[in-house]
Structures are given as structure tokens and as C-alpha cells.
Unconditional design. Structure first.
Length: 222
């Protein structure tokens, strides 16, 4: 784990980074409007003092990250969160999947800690936008990643497939910055158990004397 200020945190203090945070914070209100419960967990640091969590209606808000950036509550591995299964009401991934080595593992861990009907919130940059093209060309030209720390951008379609495989239903998707970014909101499905009726035991056949046999016995007695 790192204790120094990360390049991503420094970039968010630039004019462009502040513009992104303002656009995302403006959407946070309506996105979180119907998210209730005890605990909202933000996995990954994104802006000091948790700007995306200010309008949250949950009783508690925790920011867990692999490094000690401003606003981080707890340092831990993002693919091995120190929380029991089915214990969190909502999980927010603010561009987290874009700068981890194994994004699906982090997404799977988010599913593990979420309770039934828990809310999953993901912020991402659209790889097919001008923003995404800048990131892609920078990688081809071997320039520093944009934004700093980014490994790859994930499309909304890929995320829809991943969350569906993990048992989520996508509620809605909000675009911002001219569709360069998106908020994806999904709910964890409730698994209903169908009771299995006990199999009836086959009845043993009752042996009854045939009518012909009875008539033969009657004739002999006569």
C-alpha cells in the first residue's frame, strides 16, 4: 500500500479534474436519491473529502482504497475487502475498475459484500468518446496514461454484461460531459428459493384373488 499522494489525486486538483468532479457530483444527487440503508461503501479514492458521497442518504459512508489519499477511511486490497458477505447496502466504484489490474475481481468482491437488493454504482469514461480516443492514442504513443493511473477504459456494454453475470439488474445509466462519462446504477437480484415437494412413495400393489380362481374354489366345494 502507498502512503504518498497519488498522480490521480493530484490530477483531480487540476482544472480538468475539477470539471470532471463537478459534473459527477451534480449527478450524484439524483443517482443516490433512492439509495438508503446503513452503509454506503466507496471502493477507491476519487477526490478529497468524498465529493460524490455528500448527498448520500445512508447512515454511514466509508471510503476504502489501496492507498492513503485524502478522504480515505480505510486502506485495504480492493479485491479482498474486510467486510462480511451481504453486509453493505450500496457500493460506489468511481472509476475504480479503470485503474486496477483485475477489474472483474474487484466487481466480484463488490457483489460479495452487497446485501440482497443492494445498489451498485459505477462511474466510468466512455472508451468510444473523444476522451477515450485521447487515452487510446496516448497508450499507442507510449505517453503517460490519461487520466494518470488509468490502465484501461471499460465500455458501458461490457459492464452491463459483467454485472448481469454477477446477478445484477441495471436500473439506469446517466451520461455526462457529452457522453464522455457515465454513471451506471444496478441492483443485486434477490434469489428466491423454490420449495421442492417431497416425492411420493410408490404404493405397493395389493394382491387380490382373481374372479376365476374364486369361482373354481366354489365349484370344488360344491
Amino acid at each position: 500500500m502507498q502512503s504518498s499522494r497519488t498522480p490521480t489525486a493530484a490530477w483531480l486538483d487540476t482544472p480538468l479534474g475539477q470539471r470532471v468532479l463537478r459534473a459527477e457530483s451534480a449527478l450524484a444527487g439524483p443517482v443516490l436519491d433512492d439509495v438508503f440503508g446503513f452503509e454506503l461503501l466507496q471502493v477507491g479514492s476519487w477526490g478529497s473529502e468524498g465529493p460524490l458521497l455528500r448527498t448520500a442518504r445512508t447512515q454511514h459512508r466509508t471510503v476504502v482504497a489501496a492507498w492513503n489519499d485524502p478522504g480515505v477511511t480505510l486502506c485495504a486490497a480492493l479485491d479482498a475487502l474486510p467486510f462480511p458477505a451481504d453486509s453493505i447496502d450500496a457500493v460506489l466504484l468511481p472509476h475504480t475498475l479503470e485503474w486496477v489490474e483485475d477489474p472483474y475481481a474487484v466487481l466480484r468482491e463488490a457483489e460479495r459484500v452487497l446485501c440482497a437488493e443492494g445498489c451498485l454504482l459505477i462511474c466510468g469514461f466512455n472508451p468510444w468518446s473523444a476522451w477515450g480516443l485521447r487515452c487510446g492514442f496516448g497508450r499507442l504513443l507510449r505517453r503517460p496514461p490519461f487520466p494518470p493511473g488509468t490502465r484501461r477504459l471499460l465500455s458501458e456494454r461490457r459492464l452491463r454484461d459483467w454485472v448481469a453475470l454477477l446477478g445484477f439488474d441495471v436500473d439506469r445509466v446517466h451520461g455526462y460531459l457529452g457522453r464522455s462519462g457515465y454513471w451506471l446504477k444496478a441492483r443485486k437480484r434477490v434469489v428466491t428459493l423454490t420449495p421442492v415437494k417431497p416425492r411420493r412413495r410408490a404404493r405397493r400393489p395389493v394382491l387380490v384373488a382373481a374372479p376365476e380362481a374364486r369361482s373354481q374354489v366354489a365349484n370344488v366345494r360344491r
